[in-house]
Every structure is written in C-alpha cells, then in structure tokens.
Design a protein around this ligand. Structure first.
Ligand code: DAK
Length: 261
C-alpha cells in the first residue's frame, strides 16, 4: 500500500481499516489529507478481495474536527468554488465505492468531518462523539456535500436546524436523528464496527454491491428510472454464481460460500 503522511491502512480479514492520523490538529482535513483520501480509495478499489472499509480517526478525541481552518484564510470566489468541487469529488468517490464503507466515529465529527461521515454508507459512533456543522460561525456553508446529504439522511427540518444553529449534538441525539446506526463505548468501537460490517460481508458481495448501486441511484432519480435500474441490476444478478450458491445453500440447509461471481 502507498505510504501516506496522514493515513494508515491495515487489513483485518477482508476489511480495510483506514485511519485518519493528524491527531495534533484533531484530524482536521487539510489539502494533502483530502488528496490522500482520494488516493487510498482509488488503491482500495483495485483490491478484488476486499469486502468493506472502515474509516476512523486516530485517538480518542476526534474523527475529523472539520476542514483545516488555517487553509480557509485565503479563499476567494474561484478557489472556494474549486475547493468545494474537489472535496465533493473525493466524497462522491467514497459514496460510490462498490464495497460498503462504514465510518467509525470516535469523537468530534464537525463540518467537513461530518460531511465525510455522511459520504460513507454506514455510521457507528462512540459515546463521546459529537456532531455539528459550525460553518455558519465561520461565514461559510458546508461545501463538501453536507447540505445535500444531511437532509436526505435526517430530513430537512433537522438538517436546517443543525446547519443554521451550528450547534453540536451528542451521539445519542445523532442516533435518534438516524444520523448513526448505533452508539457504542469508545473501546468497543472498532470491534463493533467490524461486527456490523460482518453482518453485511457474510452475504453475496455481488448482491451487496448491486444493492448499494440501486439504493443510491434511486435516491437521485425519478421513480420510473429507479425502478428501471432495479430491473437491470436484478437481471444482472439473476443466474450469477452468487445467486445459485445462495439459493442452493438455502435449499440444502447449509451456509452459503459466496465467491462474488
Ligand atoms: N482546523 C484546524 N485546526 C484545528 C481544527 C480545525 N478544524 N480543529 C481543531 N484544530 C486544532 C486546534 O487549533 C488546536 O491546535 P493547536 O492550537 O494545539 O496548534 C488542536 O487542533 C487541538 O484543538 P483544541 O485545543 O481547540 O481542542 P479542544 O478540545 O479545546 O476543542 C474543538 C475541540 C473541536 C471544540 C475545537 O478544536 C474546535 O472548535 N475546532 C474547530 C471546529 C470547526 O469549526 N471545524 C471547522 C468546521 S467548518 C470548503 C468546503 C468545506 C469546508 C471548508 C472549505 N471549501 C469548498 C474549500 C468545511 C468547513 C468546515 O469543516
């Protein structure tokens, strides 16, 4: 795996654990870190054996405490717009990743950090996690897809409340909002995240991939187009090795052994 300044990657069985490691600055996203995130997902996409990704932050304080505020000082209209496009491109790459990506949120997930978590398919938080969009306090708005993804996940009313007040919410409130799937003790976060992903990776990798594709396509499309895409994806899975295996295993009363073919 490529060497990164601010990321470390380990593999546990077929799950990659990507850790954002800029602890002294509460893992704030600077330009290089954003580029490294783009690179790491490009590298991981080449790994056919990979079944999922856990994205987390180093330390017990922050997942990501936002974009690096120091780097925002000189933004003007052009660089601001370009920066927004760049961040959105990286986060869309994560959202479009064909294997499930789970954010294990180990502390502050603020601004760009919360947007990063939103771009992941799944989110689990530790009890000390805090979520918020402080952008308006800095005279900006979320620019890495936050105003788009937040309301889809938690509804417009709650999204408006979070983005306009800039207030932080607790992990429990985030769970109540549907922003995270579960809240666990910090020391259990990685184990619980692996267990959570394990509930997905025991299934057909091909079906999981198509399910992600169908769910996200549907969210962005008119019903008729979404239903048509579901037809296509269902058709692509029909007769696949994984489908044959899943059905045979059920009929033979045994566990399936999926190969992702
Ligand atoms: N950026 C840079 N440094 C940060 C940082 C950040 N976001 N968050 C924390 N740090 C640094 C602190 O400056 C401090 O550095 P030193 O002073 O030690 O050198 C170190 O991390 C430890 O932080 P604190 O000493 O402040 O720690 P506390 O426990 O006292 O407080 C805190 C924790 C999370 C409440 C506090 O650090 C804080 O309020 N941090 C800032 C949170 C924030 O406002 N984040 C930015 C949200 S806005 C863009 C698109 C999107 C965005 C930007 C641009 N473009 C289109 C270009 C997104 C913007 C955002 O994310």
């Amino acid at each position: 795996m490529t060497d990164f300044e601010y990321l470390s990657t380990t593999k546990h069985e077929q799950i990659a654990i990507v850790t954002i490691d800029r602890q002294k600055k509460l893992n704030a996203l600077n330009d290089l870190l954003l580029k490294e995130l783009e690179q790491v997902f490009a590298v991981l996409s080449e790994d056919d054996q990979l079944q999922g990704v856990i994205l987390t932050g180093q330390g017990d304080k922050a997942f990501v405490a936002g974009a690096d505020i120091k780097e925002l000082v000189d933004l003007d209209m052009q660089t601001g717009r370009r920066g927004s496009e760049q961040g959105q491109r990286v986060f869309s790459l994560i959202e479009e990743f064909p294997k499930p990506v789970l954010a294990a949120i180990n502390g502050y997930a603020l601004g760009g950090g919360c947007e990063l978590a939103l771009a992941c398919h799944l989110r689990i938080a530790s009890t000390n996690a805090k979520f918020g969009f402080p952008e308006v306090s800095l005279g900006i708005i979320p620019g890495f897809g936050g105003t788009v993804r937040l309301s889809r996940l938690i509804g417009l009313g709650r999204a408006v409340e979070m983005v306009l007040t800039g207030d932080m919410i607790s992990a429990d409130r985030a769970e109540h909002f549907g922003l995270v799937s579960a809240v666990v003790e910090l020391e259990d976060l990685l184990t619980e995240s692996k267990n959570f992903l394990g509930r997905i990776t025991r299934h057909s990798p091909l079906a999981v991939q198509k399910a992600i594709q169908s769910l996200y396509f549907a969210y962005d499309s008119r019903t008729v187009e979404a239903l048509n895409m579901e037809n296509d994806l269902f058709g692509q899975l029909s007769g696949s090795g994984d489908m044959k295996e899943g059905i045979s295993a059920f009929l033979e009363k045994r566990k399936p052994m999926f190969k992702g073919d």
